[in-house]
Design a protein around this ligand. Structure first.
Ligand code: PHE
Length: 341
């Protein structure tokens, strides 16, 4: 049996040293040291040994078992190290290669002005209402008390969609007033921002597409003082406490009385400067008390309710706020320009 053990030792050690991967190493462990392995098979024959021989062979077998276990562990470590090296090479990350820069966008300057204005109105208790850009001519003109012969209805001023003049690209955000009043009972307090369209040639102050913020408040006992207070709150938050507003008489078909509202020039505080062209005032919006006919057209009793409405030109407001001299810059989307804001 001694010879058997010695032969096993040489064979096993050679095989273990030659194992090329972890699987074949595990197979060798099972083959030599497993329950049905070769060492166990030899030990099973120990019953036939004499009392003197048995402890000697027993010791030899234990020593061999330990030796093989150690050899397998050492080989495993070596093979694992090789595998790890290979993995490191395979998954190597070269941190010296320049990374790809993520382009982080930012808000368009118009959006910024709009968000500032909407924040102020939301703070005053307004909610936001939206309406379609392709709108019924009835909502844009008729229900807003616009006479049949009014120039704004002209095909040379307005983009019509069909021969019957049923649909137009809205020329103002005021038709949202109609949609809100037809769907909601007073008290009403909404602002409605959006694009509007008119047949204008493009120049430094005109564009066939521009932006407005419509405002509408309808309730019992609403007066022009509420309009003044609301607009003062707006300009004071935009341009600083104490910034005054001035109402000039004007005409709109859908308000009576109507006015244009100027805000004290925030550059010179009313003294007169290039910003306000020496006027001391800058035109901000059109406004007025909602015409009783408009209330009636939308199912609201003008004997019970009154309201005010206004329409802010958002593009002009953006130009003033950020000192932009040409409206076209806002729409051309040249990143060199937009990145400034
Ligand atoms: N819709 C008007 C315009 O486009 C502005 C306005 C709105 C005036 C609401 C009065 C009331 O000029």
């Amino acid at each position: 049996m001694k010879e058997q053990l010695t032969a096993l030792k040489h064979e096993a050690l050679a095989a273990i040293a030659g194992a090329e991967d972890l699987q074949s190493l595990e197979a060798l462990r099972v083959r030599f040291l497993g329950k049905k392995g070769e060492l166990t098979a030899i030990l099973k024959q120990m019953g036939g040994l004499s009392a003197e021989e048995r402890p000697v062979i027993g010791q030899m077998a234990n020593a061999l078992s330990e030796k093989l276990t150690g050899a397998i562990a050492a080989r495993r470590e070596a093979l694992e190290a090789v595998a790890l090296d290979a993995q490191l090479v395979r998954e190597k990350l070269d941190i010296t290669i320049p990374g790809t820069r993520e382009a982080v966008g930012k808000q368009h300057v118009m959006r910024k002005t709009l968000d500032e204005a909407l924040d102020i109105f939301i703070g005053l208790g307004f909610s936001i209402a939206e309406g379609p850009e392709v709108e019924l001519a009835v909502n844009v003109f008729d229900k807003l008390n616009t006479p049949d012969a009014h120039p704004s209805r002209d095909w040379s001023d307005t983009f019509y969609f069909d021969r019957d003049s049923e649909y137009v690209l809205r020329t103002q955000t005021s038709p949202v007033q109609v949609r809100v009043m037809e769907n909601q009972k007073p008290p009403i307090r909404v602002v409605s921002p959006g694009r509007v369209y008119r047949k204008d040639e493009v120049d430094a102050t005109h564009s066939p597409m521009f932006h407005q913020i419509e405002g509408l408040v309808v309730d019992k006992g609403i007066t022009m003082a509420d309009l003044k207070g609301t607009l003062n709150a707006l300009v004071e938050q935009l341009y600083g406490v104490g910034t005054a507003t001035r109402f000039r008489p004007h005409h709109f078909p859908f308000t009576e009385p109507s006015c244009e509202v100027d805000c004290q020039c925030f550059k010179c505080r009313g003294k007169g400067c290039p910003m306000c062209k020496g006027e001391g005032w800058i035109e901000l919006l059109g406004a007025g008390m909602v015409h009783p006919n408009v209330l009636r057209n939308c199912g609201i009793d003008p004997e019970v309710y009154t309201g005010f409405a206004f329409g802010i030109g958002l593009d002009r407001m953006t130009m003033m706020r950020y000192n932009i001299s040409d409206l076209r810059l806002i729409f051309e989307n040249d990143l060199r320009f937009l990145r400034q804001f």
